[in-house]
Design a protein around this ligand. Structure first.
Ligand code: ITT
Length: 190
């Protein structure tokens, strides 16, 4: 069975393919989808479903979408669903700058990353959620990964996601936790 990865985020694609390498993946380019995937809801779970159903409804392809975000406790869960364009632009550096500025007055630096994967197989929808708790540090550290990785230190660790290799991040991350649930589902439904 081939599954279309319904994302244009190359970092997500790399992480997902690395963890679930046995799946026959296809891509938005392969199915000739040039549309921007809609994300118009106010929750991560709804946006995840919306992206996958858009592909199923328009291209009749089995597919997997990933909607994720960083929820910061002291900021009442923000940037959350707005993580990709928190600063008003799709710019990771500006997003981090704004987050550090907004969080500076608070002692509480706790945060969590969350991912909701949506798998659509033959029109049926299945969702898998993963999270990783951690803290936000005051200055960027590391060059790997993407998004908020340089300022996020996962619980029980001393380095940021951006200081870890892809393999190390993939043992811990919100995305990998959701992918493990997806893998269990596929194993049981083979
Ligand atoms: P697609 O919608 O095409 O999948 P996207 O980048 O727009 O790609 P989202 O709407 O899910 O994806 O936005 C998620 C944002 O949350 C992402 O742009 C990052 O800023 C942040 N994010 C999600 N997962 C992350 C991770 O593993 N490490 C760092 N930041 C992450």
């Amino acid at each position: 069975m081939r599954i279309c990865l319904a994302t244009r985020n190359t970092h997500k694609i790399e992480e997902i393919k690395h963890q679930l390498s046995m799946i026959e993946w296809t891509s938005l380019d392969v199915i000739e989808c040039e549309d921007e995937l809609p994300e118009t809801y106010t929750t991560i779970a709804e946006n995840s479903a919306q992206k996958a159903l858009f592909i199923w409804n328009n291209y009749q392809e089995n597919c997997l979408s990933d909607d994720s975000g960083l929820e910061v406790e002291a900021l009442n869960g923000k940037p959350g669903v707005d993580s990709a364009h928190y600063s008003g632009e799709r710019d990771a550096e500006k997003n981090i700058d704004l987050l550090l500025k907004n969080l500076a007055p608070f002692e509480n630096k706790k945060a969590r990353f969350v991912t909701v994967l949506t798998l659509v197989i033959d029109g049926k929808i299945h969702q898998f959620e993963g999270e990783i708790k951690g803290t936000i540090i005051k200055e960027r550290k590391g060059k790997n990964g993407f998004g908020y990785d340089p300022i996020f230190v996962p619980e029980n660790h001393s380095t940021t996601f951006a200081e870890m290799t892809l393999e190390q991040k993939n043992v811990l991350s919100h995305r990998s936790n959701a992918l493990k649930k997806l893998q269990d589902f596929l194993d049981k439904n083979e």
